[in-house]
Ligand binder design. Structure first.
Ligand code: INS
Length: 603
């Protein structure tokens, strides 16, 4: 298929020479033309899917604080309510590929927003934990479809020079959803009865808004053309491109679909065709690799663990911790905005490489903070007699005690001095207090002992806090956004739905894996070991990106495939300008006659 791109580029160059206005880079011309507001409207309504993804994954932590008290949820049920959504998202993202190719992007977004609405209703009226679980699974099904469809839809309707920015807006909406969820969690945490119903139910508002919006918004012109619905595609394209001539873009898409279909060899399972075809196979490896490394960089662990990091730093009050956790999501959101701003300025590759470098260093800083904390872990001074038949009596220091999920560290403090410390078993119903002893009934009194379930008091908490902020500042603009953006643009049309379904599925699978393994990894490797391990994984990610991620900035979607023509890890070497498709604008009565409608001479 790279031959076909070469042919097209050759023709483009020839045409450029013939053109009276010369062969300027089409990207420059595209950038000069103003972008119709309609494209922004489309991006906004689609990105509501990203918002719901962020809201529904983020809101559960605050809702759980209330739910576990009201419904007496044990650790297994809490785990189930969190992971079931992510697990369901993995399954629906994987199956969303065929749905997307068959029904189209628009219908899939409508289906996702319908599912989100039903999920929100089920959750907010749930009478018991089983119905809650059903609601969380329904919401997960919506998240999976939205996470793979929305970036594809935005990429397909965007003009090339804005594509990166508009798709990255979807990631901005994801972190925005997580931020709003944390604010809603904070606000409703004061409502101890039924507060969770509002937290979980509020997602109905954006879901319904998106559903109504998409009843009136058009299908992707690329999908329409692929289905042979040319006139409709032409109509949508002229609607989203405003006054600009769409002939060149329309013909490029049409020709490329025809050539793709001829060369990729029709029938058969798309995934098998992808695997048998070098360039798409390589694109799939890059896409899935990016999504895998996004999760292996530990973002969700760091976000989830931020509440504990804040407790380590001395925040004792529950309410204060909830609001500071909102500040963590706000940091993630603000730095995603930096990504939206940078993506069309520095390109995807540089942004990802820079982000990984910073992420790796911040993870190392986090690990060093935890290492210093462990090395200076306070000793256990009290060994109450009734702890004899629990594993907690075996530990001599806070570090070992808090790493055991059955135990917590109970102590008093005087300034930075820790005294009267013991290792006590955790209450089976709630990890908020010990099963017995002085930490079993927590009071607000200033002299009451402190119950540290999964952390140790330390004077190095500032290093950990600094590591956390730096981590988010580096992760969010690059690794938080680029895996979604790059995946929306690296596959040819025939492989786009399936490619995105696979890579989004990989994202969700690694999301569950990291979440389910973190506590065990911490138990075996300690916290600093776990964070050193994540930094090691980031080094691998960096090597992968340096070797394999080509720059897709400014290219028309139809030309991106060409970047994967060579050996897999020579991708990094390809320069965008070397493979850039040459466009030129047809000027009526100048280099373009109204009767000139031959696709072959417009490329
Ligand atoms: O891109 C997003 C974003 O970075 C979120 O903060 C994270 O929770 C998701 O797992 C990730 O896919």
């Amino acid at each position: 298929m790279s031959n076909l791109m070469d042919k097209r580029r050759q023709r483009a160059a020839d045409d450029g020479e013939r053109s009276l206005i010369g062969p300027p880079s089409g990207d420059l011309l595209d950038q000069d033309a103003s972008t119709p507001w309609f494209v922004y409207l489309l991006a906004f309504f689609s990105a509501l899917g990203g918002f719901l993804f962020g809201y529904d994954t983020g809101v559960v932590s605050g809702a759980m604080l209330l739910l576990k008290k009201e419904m007496n949820l044990n650790a297994l049920w809490q785990e189930l309510l969190v992971s079931s959504t992510v697990g369901a998202a993995a399954l629906s993202a994987l199956s969303g590929g065929s749905l997307n190719g068959w029904l189209g992007r628009r219908i899939c977004i409508l289906v996702a927003s319908f599912i989100f609405s039903i999920g929100g209703i089920v959750l907010s009226f749930a009478p018991d934990k089983v119905v809650l679980l059903v609601g969380r699974i329904i919401v997960g099904l919506g998240i999976g479809i939205a996470s793979m469809t929305v970036p594809v839809y935005i990429a397909e309707v965007s003009p090339p020079h804005l594509r990166g920015q508009l798709v990255t807006i979807n990631s901005l909406f994801i972190t925005g959803g997580q931020f709003i969820a944390s604010v809603v969690d904070g606000a409703f945490s004061y409502l101890s009865r039924d507060g969770w119903r509002y937290m979980l139910g509020l997602s109905i508002v954006p879901a319904v808004l998106q559903f109504i919006g998409f009843m009136f918004l058009p299908e992707s012109p690329r999908w329409l053309l692929q289905k042979g619905r040319g006139p409709e595609a032409r109509q949508v394209l002229s609607q989203i491109r405003g006054d600009r001539s769409i002939d060149e873009e329309y013909d490029t898409i049409r020709t490329s679909i025809e050539e793709e279909e001829r060369e990729a060899g029709g029938g058969g399972l798309v995934i098998l065709r992808i695997l048998n075809h070098g360039p798409t196979r390589r694109a799939l490896i890059v896409g899935c690799g990016l999504q895998m490394f996004q999760q292996l960089s530990g973002i969700n662990t760091v976000m989830y663990y931020s509440a504990t990091i804040l407790q380590m730093a001395g925040v004792r009050d529950d309410k204060q911790a909830i609001w500071l956790a909102a500040a963590t999501s706000a940091t993630n959101f603000v730095f995603t905005l930096v990504g939206v701003w940078l993506v069309e300025r520095v390109g995807r590759r540089k942004l990802t490489v820079g982000s990984l470098l910073g992420t790796g260093l911040s993870l190392t800083l986090l690990a060093v903070g935890f290492l210093l904390t462990a090395l200076n872990s306070p000793p256990i001074t009290l060994h109450p007699v009734n702890s004899q038949n629990s594993s907690c009596r075996l530990y001599e220091s806070c570090e070992r005690c808090m790493l055991d999920p059955n135990c917590g560290f109970c102590y008093r403090e005087n300034g930075t001095r820790v005294y009267d410390s013991s290792c006590a078993p955790v209450d089976q119903v709630s990890t908020d207090h010990a099963a017995w002893g002085s930490c079993s009934n927590q009071t607000e009194a200033a002299d009451s002992p402190v119950w540290a379930y999964n952390y140790c008091p330390t004077s190095y908490s500032w290093i950990v806090l600094l590591g956390l902020i730096l981590y988010l500042a580096f992760f969010a603009p690059g690794m938080g956004t680029m895996p979604w953006t790059v995946n929306s643009e690296i596959y040819p049309l025939w492989a786009r739905s399936t490619g995105n379904a696979c890579s989004a599925g990989v994202n969700w699978i690694f999301n569950v894996l990291v979440a389910l393994t973190f506590l065990h990894v911490a138990e075996f490797l300690t916290y600093y070991g776990a964070f050193f391990m994540y930094s090691g994984l980031v080094v691998l990610a960096l090597l992968f990106v340096l070797g394999c991620l080509p720059e897709t900035q400014g290219l028309q979607l139809e030309d991106v495939e060409n970047l994967f023509a060579g050996q897999l890890c020579s991708c990094g070497a390809s320069s965008p300008s070397g493979s850039r498709h040459v466009h030129y604008i047809r000027v009526k009565g100048n280099n373009y006659l109204p009767s000139d409608n031959d696709a072959s001479d417009v490329e």
